[in-house]
Design a protein around this ligand. Structure first.
Ligand code: C5P
Length: 244
């Protein structure tokens, strides 16, 4: 069984390389991977990715590519040279875009398709013009996109913990479910995440990695917060084994 800490992907959602480096030093032994997203990458570029790698940590490069296939291919070729574990592309547009991302990865980086952001609700989907049967059934929309990602050769998808069981059931244990929108038990959600689960629920439903940001970053003691979350993950994993 993997260590509970290995499930945690901590997003370095901070505006400077200095702040990111501090968090990498603080949390290196407590989380399995660091996520570099748009805010930090726009500010600090590939150098911060190289720094984190030089510290021996694994990286999820979350740039959520969304463009014509030729551009996505060329962007992913560059990402593949950064020695990162995962990189993201949006699933919402076309299979060609996903295939281009996989081609650009050259087998050096696991491409994850972003299905439906965990900040998006049914109302948001309906308002953006989706057919009622998809707007009213978020899992179906996620599954459509997951199937496209699987067919295109992606390593897995990003989805809510609420959809993880359906994804793993349909596409197999080897197809990764990476789940943001995680809030520890007892946390009241008052931010932009809508389709949320606790850490225990997410792993119980088969999630392979949990993206957990603000509950750790904004805690008085981030290291202690990460440890408490690992305890919740551990309990969820044990429960999953018992119910197998
Ligand atoms: O735990 P917290 O809500 O702070 O995590 C936010 C992070 O998760 C951000 O870095 C965001 O990009 C990422 N994320 C997300 N929903 C997705 C994919 C990634 O919230 N579907």
């Amino acid at each position: 069984m993997r260590d509970a800490r290995d499930y945690i992907i901590f997003p370095l959602d901070v505006p400077s390389p200095e702040a990111a480096k501090k968090l990498v030093t603080l949390l290196s032994g407590e989380v399995g991977m660091f996520k570099v997203g748009l805010e930090l990458f726009i500010q600090a570029g590939p150098d911060i990715v190289r720094f984190i790698r030089s510290e021996g940590a694994r990286i999820f490069l979350d740039l959520k590519l969304h463009d014509i296939p030729a551009t996505v291919l060329r962007a992913m070729l560059r990402a593949a040279d950064l020695d990162v574990t995962f990189a993201t592309v949006h699933c919402g547009e076309s299979r060609g875009m996903l295939e281009a991302a996989v081609e650009g990865s050259r087998g050096k980086v696991g491409v994850l398709g972003v299905t439906v952001l965990t900040s998006v609700s049914q109302q948001d989907i309906a308002a953006s013009g989706f057919r009622p049967e998809l707007a009213g059934d978020m899992t179906r929309l996620v599954m459509n996109r997951a199937e496209m990602a699987k067919d295109a050769g992606c390593a897995g998808i990003v989805c809510s913990g609420l959809e993880a069981a359906a994804v793993k059931g349909a596409f197999g244990a080897g197809f990764l479910a990476v789940t943001p929108g995680i809030r520890p038990a007892g946390d009241r959600v008052s931010d932009d995440q809508k389709r949320v689960t606790t850490p225990g629920e997410a792993v119980n439903m088969g999630a392979d990695y949990l993206v957990i940001g603000r509950p750790i970053r904004d805690a008085a003691d981030p290291r202690e917060a990460a440890r408490r979350i690992a305890v919740e993950i551990d309990a969820g994993l044990k429960q999953a084994v018992l119910s197998d």
